[in-house]
Structures are given as structure tokens and as C-alpha cells.
Design a protein around this ligand. Structure first.
Ligand code: BES
Ligand code: MN
Ligand code: ZN
Length: 507
């Protein structure tokens, strides 16, 4: 798929499929209220006339998602899509509408599709509008067909964003480049999450990240720790999760520094849970809960996606990205429940449930991250099933030790229309993870505040008062049936946009 800009309107005229919008207009006379479709904003007089001469037009009310399709005089197809009440049409409405339209255009195999941007411009910023349409299209232009013998035969498509004002083109081009960087990074993220766990084991995952960094992220430093190096780091908790694996653990450590970096430049560390498959270990998951656990590396893929996009966007901050990668499997070396393990920071942990493994790998990774002296840390993890109970599969949980830092992330989520909600960490829950035999235990009271208990455990591994936020993405990592710009199956790609926004706009 190729995206092009068209300010003159020539490419619009030549497109096979033209997409225009209409708004709902109500006018009340003495006796009744009449609802009609308003197309006053169309600049193409010919099409306007064709549309107004159609018999079906009088029945078309331009309600949200109501679509009228007709053939224009040059044989092209024209879709008029209703956006409802113009004053209520938000940025997210534009994304959703563009996504639905692009998806149906894709399945009907149109090759040249033109969007009349002026009609979507309800947020009153043409560049932002073009960006929203582009973003939705990039997100929809993804499929995971690697293991299908028969691939879908969608033709190569060109999407034209038409009728943009010439004076805005430079600005819009910049916005489109950003949309492309973010869109591509989300696709890379989705490929990692969707990949089958028999192929994407820890050693392979680290190799694929390395290959992508070397190919696409010039100037980024990459360090990959193998088992011996992780042992040297004394990451006992991370190693205890890997103990039952047939593969070595990997810690991938990426660093990006902006070109004009000074002593004042902020440093943000991202940390991601990379469990390539979570069987639960000896505390084995029941079969029905185990399927789908290839997604358990979603946190690492999310932080990588955001890191990647932020580097391509030349973010103004120093970024460290740390991914802790292993599976959580069972063999005769696997960690027994009741084991006591010492973490990298010296704290001892009684492992009462080997299925609470995410907090163990993250604990050592967070301690390691603190040693890189960042100003801020964000970790992302599919940490708890309890998160789905609390917030469903549409909302990402945020917890942390600094309200201002969490607000910054929540504001970014709001700006990107991604759902995020803060949960508390209270002292009683901090007490709940104290062990009778060690400093800490890796679970709290069963069925009680599971997501916050996980966060309270992680907090024990943050040092030097570094500002830290934890994102539990257990719910949002996969399919989002309410969002037309997410695929119906597999990785959602959510939260990458929010994190990219945080990194790119950090000061
Ligand atoms: N990876 C799971 C959490 C999860 C569950 C993610 C469902 C996505 C969907 C995590 O490692 C886990 O197993 N957590 C346990 C913790 C419990 C043992 C304290 C859980 O949520 O049951
Ligand atoms: Mn688990
Ligand atoms: Zn897990």
C-alpha cells in the first residue's frame, strides 16, 4: 500500500474509488424537524450535481456509517459516507470511519482509492486529519498470513489523500511520515506477538530484534546478554524462570541518544516482559488458560515498537529499552514452588507460584534499568489475569510511584484515544507480599487486587527514587473487536502509540 497526497485534485479525478463524507443536518420548520445530508463542503461541483440528481439521495440521511454508493459519469465508484452530526465527530470517529472504509475498499479489491480529506476535517486541523486517516490505514494494512498455504490476493493499492490545501502540504507530509513510522513499528510489534512460540523462542526473538535494529535503526546501540552474562549480573529471579527452559534467556538492551544530547537531556528507560510462552511452570496453567500464552512477550514487543517509532521520529530524549526474554516452561530443572531465590538487588523471594513469573523477570530487569540512571522508567507487561477482571480487555492498567509521571502517560493515552486507567498501590497490599521465610513472596492473597499486588512487588525493585510507571497490558494486548483499526484476531498493537507520544513529546 502506498499513500499519496493530492492538493490539486487531479488524482482524485483519476481514482477508481472516491470517498466523500456527508454530515447530518436537521432543520426545524413550524410543524416538523427534517433531517438531510449536507455535502456543502464538496469542492467537486460535478460529483455534487451527480449526487443531488440521484433518486436515492433523498433517503440518505448521512447518519454515522450510513453509506451511499453510486457510479460516477466516468465509471468510477463513489462512496458517500455519513459522519453524523459534524459537531460531535471526534478524532477517534475519523480513525474508525477511515478504517472501516479502507477495509471494505481492500476487500472489494480497489486499486486506487481517494479520500476527500476536506470532508473528514472535523477536528479543524487539516494536517491532523490527514494524519488520523493515514494512521488508521497503516493500522489496517496488516495481516499475518505467514502460515497460510493460500495467501489473500489483495492487489497493490494506492491511497490518495485528496483536496488537501497546498499551503499545508509540507506539514501534512511530515505528519504522514510520522504515521508511517508508527504504523510500520506497530506492524513489526504485531509480527513478534503473532509469531508462533515454537519459532519465536528466546534466542530467536533476540536475533529478530537485533536484525530489525541493524536494518532500520541507525545509531542505536545494541547489547544482548546471554545466560552466562545474565548469571554474572546475578539476575537470580530472571534465571529461576528460565530454569525449566530448553532455551537460553536473553536480555536485550538498546540505547538511543538524540543528536543534540546535553547533560540536561532527559533519559527514559523502557522495560518489557518477554515471556515467549507461559505454561505456568510447575504451577501449571490449565489447558484452556494456557492457549494464547504466546502473547506473554507482548510487553517487550510493545516497548520495542514504541522505541523503534521514537527513534525513527528522532525523539528529543535519551531512551534505554530493556527486554527480558525467556519462556516459562517445565523440565526437571524447573523452579519448584517454595523455592527461595535472591534477586539482582539482593532481596530474597519465596516463589509460591511459578505462574507469577512476569514479576520475577521484571524485578531483575527493573533493578538493571535503575543502574542505567534514567530519570523515568515505564515497564509494560501482560502481568495479571486479574487486570482483565478489573478492567476488561479494552483498558490498560497503570500503576506507579509518581503521580506526575503517571499523569503524563495517561494524558498521552488520552491524546491517542487509548483507554488507560490508574489503580492504586496501598500499604496493606505492600504488606501482603511480605514472606514468612524470605523478604518477599511472589503472590499475595488469592483473588484480591491481583494487578496491584503485581505492581507492589515490582515497586520493591525500583531504587534511587526513580520515577516509575507500570502498564499491565494483559487485557489490551490482543484482538479488540470494538476497534475497526485493529485486526479481528491476534495482536492489537495498542499502547505503542501512547508510549511513542510520551517519548517524542518528552522535554
Ligand atoms: N501471563 C500471565 C497473565 C495473563 C493472564 C496474561 C491471562 C494474559 C491473559 C501471568 O504470568 C500469570 O500467569 N499471572 C497469574 C498471577 C497469579 C499466579 C498471582 C494470574 O494472573 O493468574
Ligand atoms: Mn504466568
Ligand atoms: Zn506470564
Amino acid at each position: 500500500m502506498q499513500l499519496k497526497l493530492d492538493s490539486v485534485g487531479n488524482q482524485f479525478l483519476a481514482a477508481d474509488l472516491k470517498i466523500l463524507t456527508a454530515f447530518q443536518k436537521s432543520s426545524t420548520t413550524k410543524s416538523k424537524t427534517e433531517t438531510t445530508a449536507s455535502v456543502d463542503h464538496w469542492s467537486d461541483k460535478g460529483i455534487k450535481e451527480e449526487f443531488q440528481n440521484l433518486k436515492v439521495t433523498k433517503n440518505f440521511k448521512a447518519a454515522k456509517d450510513e453509506t451511499l454508493s453510486f457510479t460516477g459519469i466516468t465509471g468510477e465508484t463513489i462512496w458517500v459516507v455519513g459522519l453524523g452530526d459534524k459537531s460531535k465527530c471526534t478524532a477517534e470517529d475519523i480513525r474508525k470511519s477511515a478504517a472501516k472504509l479502507f477495509k471494505s475498499a481492500k476487500s472489494s479489491k480497489w486499486t486506487t482509492i481517494a479520500f476527500d480529506v476536506s470532508g473528514f476535517n472535523t477536528v479543524r486541523d487539516e494536517a491532523a486529519t490527514a494524519g488520523l486517516i493515514a494512521e488508521a490505514i497503516y493500522l489496517c494494512d496488516y495481516s499475518f498470513e505467514k502460515y497460510k498455504s493460500k495467501k489473500s490476493d489483495t492487489p497493490e493499492q494506492t491511497v490518495i489523500l485528496s483536496h488537501v490545501e497546498k499551503k499545508n502540504t509540507t506539514k501534512i507530509e511530515k505528519v504522514l511520515t510520522s504515521a508511517k513510522h508508527i504504523g510500520e513499528s506497530i506492524s513489526v510489534m504485531k509480527d513478534f506477538v503473532n509469531e508462533a512460540p515454537n519459532f519465536l523462542h528466546s534466542e530467536e526473538y533476540a536475533k529478530r530484534i537485533e536484525a530489525d535494529v541493524k536494518k532500520n535503526l541507525k545509531g542505536v546501540k545494541i547489547k544482548i546478554l546471554n545466560k552466562a552474562q545474565i548469571q554474572k549480573e546475578k539476575m537470580g529471579l530472571f534465571l529461576s524462570v528460565n530454569a525449566g527452559s530448553g532455551y537460553e534467556p536473553r536480555l536485550v538492551h538498546l540505547t538511543y541518544e538524540p543528536t543534540r544530547s546535553t547533560a540536561k537531556t532527559k533519559h527514559i528507560a523502557l522495560v518489557g516482559k518477554g515471556i515467549t510462552f507461559d505454561t505456568g511452570g510447575y504451577s501449571l496453567k490449565p489447558g484452556a488458560n494456557m492457549a494464547g500464552m504466546k502473547n506473554d512477550m507482548g510487553g517487550s514487543a510493545t516497548v520495542y515498537g514504541a522505541f523503534r517509532a521514537a527513534v525513527l521520529e528522532k525523539a528529543p530524549v535519551k531512551i534505554t529499552c530493556i527486554m527480558v526474554i525467556t519462556d516459562n516452561a517445565v523440565n526437571s530443572y524447573a523452579t519448584f514452588p517454595d523455592s527461595v531465590i535472591t534477586g539482582r538487588n539482593g532481596k530474597t523471594v519465596e516463589i509460591l507460584n511459578t505462574d507469577a513469573e512476569g514479576r520475577l523477570v521484571l524485578a531483575d530487569a527493573l533493578d538493571y534499568a535503575c543502574d542505567q540512571n534514567p530519570d523515568f522508567i515505564i515497564d509494560a507487561a501482560t502481568l495479571t489475569g486479574a487486570c482483565l477482571v478489573a478492567l476488561g480487555n479494552q483498558v490498560c492498567a497503570i500503576l506507579g510511584n509518581d503521580q506526575k509521571w503517571m499523569n503524563e502517560i495517561m494524558n498521552a493515552a488520552k491524546a491517542q484515544d487509548e483507554y488507560m486507567w490508574q489503580l492504586p498501590i496501598i500499604n496493606e497490599w505492600r504488606q501482603d507480599i511480605k514472606s514468612k521465610v524470605a523478604d518477599l513472596k511472589n503472590i499475595g492473597t488469592p483473588m484480591r487486587a491481583g494487578t496491584a499486588i503485581g505492581a507492589a512487588f515490582l515497586e520493591e525493585f525500583i531504587k534511587n527514587d526513580i520515577k516509575w510507571a507500570h502498564l499491565d497490558i494483559a487485557g489490551v494486548v490482543d484482538a479488540q473487536s470494538h476497534l475497526p483499526y485493529c485486526t479481528a484476531h491476534g495482536a492489537s498493537g495498542l499502547i505503542v502509540r501512547t508510549l511513542t507520544h510520551v517519548l517524542v513529546n518528552a522535554k
